[in-house]
Design a protein around this ligand. Sequence first.
Ligand code: SAH
Length: 422
Amino acid sequence: MENKKCPAAKKCGGCQYQGIPYEEQLKQKQTKVRKLLEPFGKVKPIIGMENPYHYRNKVHAVFDRQKNGTIVSGVYQEGTHKVVPVTECLIEDQKADAIINDIRGLLKSFKIKVYNEDTRYGLLRHVLIRRGFASGEIMVVLVLASPILPSKNNFVKALLKLHPEITTVLINVNDKKTSMVLGEKETVIYGKGYIEDQLCGCRFRISAKSFYQVNPVQTEVLYGKAIELAGLTGEERVLDAYCGIGTIGMIAAKSAREVIGVELNKDAVRDAVRNAKLNGIKNIRFFQGDAGAFMRKMAMQKEKADVVFMDPPRSGSTEEFMESAVRLSPEKIVYISCNPETLARDLKYLTKKGYQMKEAWPVDMFGFTGHVETVVLLSRKLPGSHINVKVEFGEGRGKVPLKAISERTETYKPKERVKFLS
Ligand code: SAH
């Protein structure tokens, strides 16, 4: 494979594997996962990308004014708040990079000042682009320090003239001294305020703040593997924990009896509920809240799950979640992880509590970076039998009324779905 060079490599620091041939990167990732997971079972060969360039469907740029007055956009230098100018990136979507460059070019004529983090003066802080690779839809989010964008209609018009492929533009207000990109408040100034994309034959609506995998090509590979490992027959009750906008659960719903999704982020849950409708999927319900607390309630109510998919953030899962998962005693747990270190930590717990790692598949979702995704199949050690785990709860904490769980999602769920766990 041709080895492309990145002009910002030395300063950006985003790609730890810059300059290393792709095949070699895969080898190193394989070795890393193997070292961490082989104590638990078999690690399969890593599934690499066919084309490791420009795979990112989500691109973020921070804006800054240099000492000589030049406006730049790019990334923070690692560990600092210094902006490294980036005009092209080997892993980002090229269309998104072109839009960011053109936004930079428009600022002067629209007299839009970029924000200065020290003086807290200026307007434009960041631009975030999301592109649906399958749908072609593009979202542009202008992150501003205050809510008013002068001549916003003309700005949008000028931007659309350069990029008619943009389908929605939003203003997000971030007036805090923070390293978070997006603030709370959001206004749609063009289009529907979200994009749609397709994965594994399902359509998904994606909001600015919802989590959506950044590499859709490999996501299909990853989800495909996760579903295959679950070996669904159509009879199962499936739990999709840390479900985001409901992707895995919805794909699983086609071959399961029933799916329950749980997710903390409100916007993502709202997307998930609408996504189920969009796809005409009726055997799925979503709950908003902490996955650990939710699982604990399920376990206390002696609920059942045959298969648990869990896809926690980089920090991994929690003991509360896993303890309850073990009490629910599903036949299979499919753990999808973007951090092999926390995965190994959690596997240590689960394998001590009656589960066995059957196989682990590393999947490369993030070429040129040091990150690696892994999907693991765990099976209950004694099929057909329940595992007795001693779990202690405080005095008087008996069965929690079912309402307690359903209340969390009332705002998001269509009426007929409010009743939970019949
Ligand atoms: N399965 C989804 C999302 C995975 S990312 C997908 O493949 O697209 C991890 C998700 O966990 C994020 O959506 C994040 O908002 C959510 N999350 C983080 N902490 C959580 C918690 N304590 N309880 C439930 N969800 C949580």
